[in-house]
Design a protein around this ligand. Structure first.
Ligand SMILES: *Cc1c(COP(=O)(O)O)cnc(C)c1O
Length: 444
């Protein structure tokens, strides 16, 4: 049993945002670039488990985990201990100058737990975007080809290359181009909205035909795909889609990169979301958000021959695999190994899906409930149609925030609410949050 330092209860004691948050918001507007977004201007003082506490003393149920980062729970004791110890021992050398054990240990653990039973290597970086960029670099170096394929509704980051890889221009890329060349967008399998109603293999054939004609298999270094799309609205491709793509890639010497930045590290109830389709084994996996309990770390893990394709010094970076972040990651990965974390994500899936399925029968604005593990979303529509209903999402998100529940929106049409709770959340707390959501639905 996890012991919590903050009571796992929702409690609203001021207006939202409260007076202290308002004061900070006024300072922020003068000091912080307005290009940095903010979903809700409440300023957080502390957090534990699945509860965050703002500067006005309000306790919120966190159903976002900082976008799937504190999956292990806010201020997890194992992470606190690992970080506290490490920060007094060593905070930086630069691994490429003088290495240290924690970096190696993270790589060993990732090699062990990522999909595929081939020989593997890993490399560590700072952000999800950076992991994706490095995976693409390695695939290009390995294949000696330049082109990459990405999927509609996908999201891969905010650097120049990854902006080119995103589906949505707004808000990620608009006005920030021109972007890196060599990126082609390919039709995804999106069962709820697929205009042709294709099965997984049919949708794969459509994508393959597109890549073949538009790029040419012989020019393609890599296919980069989220096994469950995150920002796109937790789109789970139809069964067989990923496998067919990977089989075609394999036959044509194309590297398959699974972007598991959001879905990886126990989030979906498996170590990696790719495992839900066991015949889909990516060559490389990109990892970030949930890996280090809120500390800054990302990774690329995969086939040793691809990971070793770079000349020494070709990949790296000043802060990548920082000792304190690496120590936090070792703690997170060992806690998952020890058991209970994957099971928690599976429990959360049951609780969420059971309750949301009930709501779907009552409220016709719910178009679809989907996702895996503790990565579940509702896509909202105008009742009786499949037209995206962003208005309902905006109202519900605001209602939840006002009542002490932090939820995030998502989706190409902003018509999705996504749930990414810390995996330590109890069913009781989750149901309390869903009561709030239901009250919001009833009030629509
Ligand atoms: C968040 C995310 C990224 C980018 O990660 P950053 O750490 O924000 O750079 C890349 N891919 C996916 C699937 C993501 O969810």
């Amino acid at each position: 049993m996890v012991e919590f330092s903050i009571a796992q209860e929702r409690k609203i004691v001021s207006a939202i945002p409260g007076p202290k948050s308002k004061e900070l918001q006024a300072r922020r507007l003068k000091a912080v670039s307005h290009g940095v977004g903010a979903a809700l201007p409440i300023y957080i003082e502390k957090a534990n488990g699945a509860i965050v506490v703002d500067v006005d003393g309000n306790h919120f149920i966190d159903l976002g985990s900082g976008i799937g980062v504190v999956s292990i729970g806010h201020t997890n004791q194992g992470v606190i201990d690992a970080v506290s110890h490490q920060v007094g021992q060593l905070t930086h050398t630069l691994f490429t100058v003088t290495p240290y054990e924690q970096y190696v240990e993270v790589c060993e653990l990732l090699n062990k737990h990522t999909p595929g039973d081939f020989e593997k290597r890993s490399a560590l970086f700072n952000s999800g975007s950076e992991a994706v960029e490095n995976a693409v670099k390695l695939a290009r170096k390995f294949t000696k080809r330049g082109e990459i394929a990405v999927f509609d509704h996908g999201y891969h980051g905010r650097t120049n290359l990854t902006m080119a890889m995103n589906f949505k221009a707004m808000p990620y890329g608009s006005g920030f181009g021109p972007f890196a060349p060599g990126v082609t967008h390919v039709p995804m399998s999106y069962p709820f909205r697929d205009p042709e109603g294709l099965t997984g293999p049919e949708a794969a054939a459509r994508a393959i035909n597109y890549m073949d004609k538009r790029i040419g298999a012989e020019n393609l270094a890599a296919i980069v795909i989220e096994p469950i799309q995150g920002e796109g609205g937790f789109i789970v491709p139809a069964p067989g889609f990923l496998t067919e793509l990977a089989n075609w890639a394999k036959a044509n010497g194309i590297v398959v990169i699974a972007d598991e930045v959001q879905a990886g590290i126990a989030r979906t109830g498996q170590w990696f979301a790719s495992e839900y389709e066991p015949t889909f084994v990516p060559d490389l996996v990109t990892i970030a958000k949930g890996i280090a309990g809120g500390m800054v770390l990302s990774a690329v893990t995969g086939r040793a021959d691809i990971m070793d394709a770079s000349h020494p010094g070709g990949i790296g970076g000043t802060f990548g695999g920082n000792p304190v972040s690496a120590a936090a990651a070792v703690s997170v990965l060992k806690q998952i190994e020890a058991g209970g974390v994957l099971e928690n994500a599976q429990r959360i899936e049951k609780t969420l899906k059971t309750r949301l399925a009930e709501l779907a029968t009552k409220y016709p604005v719910i178009g679809e409930v989907r996702g895996r593990g503790a990565m579940v979303a509702i896509e909202f529509v105008e009742a009786g149609t499949r037209n995206p209903n962003k208005t309902a999402v905006d109202k519900l998100v605001a209602h939840c925030h006002q009542n002490g529940v932090l939820v995030l929106n998502a989706g190409t049409h902003y018509n999705v609410i996504r749930f990414l709770p810390p995996l330590v959340i109890s069913d009781e707390l989750l149901n309390d949050a869903l009561d709030v959501l239901e009250a919001g639905l009833a009030a629509l």
